[in-house]
Design a protein around this ligand. Structure first.
Ligand SMILES: C[S@@+](CC[C@H](N)C(=O)[O-])C[C@H]1O[C@@H](n2cnc3c(N)ncnc32)[C@H](O)[C@@H]1O
Length: 227
């Protein structure tokens, strides 16, 4: 789990580096939680602005924690409080000064499992329809039924724990179906790395390691984005 969390951030930030090199200057961190990118933004001198979108209560708590730690939000950062279940992403972003006509990059890590499938695709549609073009990176899990018995048991314990905290996991995807649905939603390039591919790319595992079910990270580029 810890390696996956490190790998998904590396994957997202590598894709962001390439997007910035191609001219993107707007990053939206969706469901930012305690994400630290905005406070170590290596592209701020290039003019990369960061929009941290999060549930209003989580964002208010983060801002209290930042203040308590003496960390000033940088001028390149804008906070955007949005509950994905209540308000559309695009409305919230526009109100915060995001320009939908300029290209953008969305990082959406550790959030999709907590949303309904309907809310996930409502957000993906909003991103795919941006006239300036957009790229998004997010992560998800294979359905628990695809896991071997020991991993299924470990998954069920973690799922019960997050549900008891009031934040149940609601959504899983099958990789092939998700890729088809992303294309139907308006994304062209779809890159999906599962556990074995991540282990090969970042942790020195052999490239021919058999595919294993578990967590995935996906990069999708909208058809409106020119690269
Ligand atoms: C597990 S944290 C992930 C935080 C961070 N992106 C990371 O990778 O460490 C889940 C995040 O999803 C956000 N979230 C969950 N449901 C949400 C909703 N309905 N609207 C907005 N944000 C939501 C939470 O506020 C929280 O910041």
């Amino acid at each position: 789990m810890r390696l996956f969390i490190a790998a998904r951030s590396r994957f997202a930030e590598d894709a962001l580096d390439a997007a910035v090199a191609a001219g993107v200057r707007q990053l939206v961190v969706l469901g930012a939680g305690l994400d630290t990118f905005a406070y170590r933004n290596p592209h701020s001198a290039m003019g990369l602005t960061v929009f941290e979108v999060d549930h209003p209560s989580t964002q208010a708590w983060k801002r209290e924690r930042l203040a308590a730690a003496g960390i000033d939000p940088p001028p390149s950062l804008t906070f955007v409080p949005v509950d994905f279940a209540q308000r559309t992403l695009t409305d919230g972003l526009r109100a915060a000064g995001f320009d939908p006509h300029r290209p953008s990059f969305f990082s959406w890590l550790g959030v999709v499992p907590y949303l309904t499938r309907e809310n996930v695709f409502a957000t993906l549609r909003s991103v795919a329809e941006l006239p300036g073009g957009a790229e998004i990176v997010f992560d998800y899990g294979d359905p628990p039924s695809a896991l071997p018995p020991d991993e299924r048991a470990a998954h069920d314990v973690r799922a019960a724990r997050v549900a008891a905290l009031g934040e149940p996991w609601l959504t899983y995807f099958d990789a092939d179906q998700l890729a088809a649905d992303l294309r139907d939603t308006g994304f062209t390039t779809v890159e999906d790395l599962g556990r074995s591919a991540l282990a090969a790319r970042y942790f020195g595992a052999p490239a021919n390691t058999p595919r294993q079910p578990g967590a995935h990270v996906v990069r999708a580029v909208s058809s409106t984005r020119q690269r």
